[in-house]
Write a protein that binds this ligand. Structure first.
Ligand code: ADP
Length: 169
């Protein structure tokens, strides 16, 4: 520490962690809404330390779904998937935080609940692949594409958590 010089930590305003601004899309699918699991899904993401930056409930159109699941359109289960996903409202969210894309996938668990570990959302709340409660983006690129598809930029809020604000200023 030299006299006359102030040393300042340079870090991102909100958390200071690299990659802390990463975002992902998570949705509670119609079966999760029907079964009143929205609160429990939100609680797990809050508890883990992620920040909610967007949230809405909507009845999904087939057009939106076919964009969202564009890589699955040729799959034999696609018609059933459309029927399932349009059977009632979904709650869709954007979560932000360090490595949120990968961590969300771990929290959600294997696509097929039979193989999902206990402690994951699918492992705790579901038994069948065609009623697996939640969606989470599977890659950084996928997350960016899905967030743009489901949300307008103005509906995502950039806010500072009081418990993670920089203390150096
Ligand atoms: P994930 O949702 O884990 O990213 P996929 O992108 O492969 O998995 O599949 C999207 C969704 O399609 C799954 O979450 C599930 O609801 C449905 N699905 C996937 N595979 C099957 C299947 N074999 N039979 C019925 N539905 C399926």
């Amino acid at each position: 520490f030299r006299c006359g010089h102030r040393f300042v930590w340079h870090r991102s305003k909100s958390t200071g962690l690299p990659g802390a601004k990463e975002r992902t899309l998570v949705a509670v699918k119609p079966d999760g809404v029907q079964r009143r699991l929205v609160g429990q899904v939100i609680q797990r993401f809050e508890q883990r330390g992620f920040k909610l930056v967007g949230l809405k409930m909507l009845q999904v159109s087939e057009d939106l779904l076919s964009e969202h699941y564009c890589q699955l359109r040729q799959k034999p289960f696609y018609p059933n998937l459309v029927h399932y996903m349009t059977s009632g409202p979904v709650v869709v969210m954007v979560w932000e935080g360090h490595n949120v894309v990968q961590t969300s996938r771990t929290m959600v668990g294997h696509t097929n609940p039979t193989e999902a570990q206990a402690g994951t959302i699918r492992g705790d709340f579901s038994v069948h692949v065609s009623r697996n409660v939640v969606h989470a983006s599977d890659s950084l690129e996928g997350a960016q594409r899905e967030i743009q598809l489901w949300f307008q930029a103005k509906d995502l809020l950039d806010w500072d958590c009081c418990d993670q604000a920089s203390t150096s200023e």
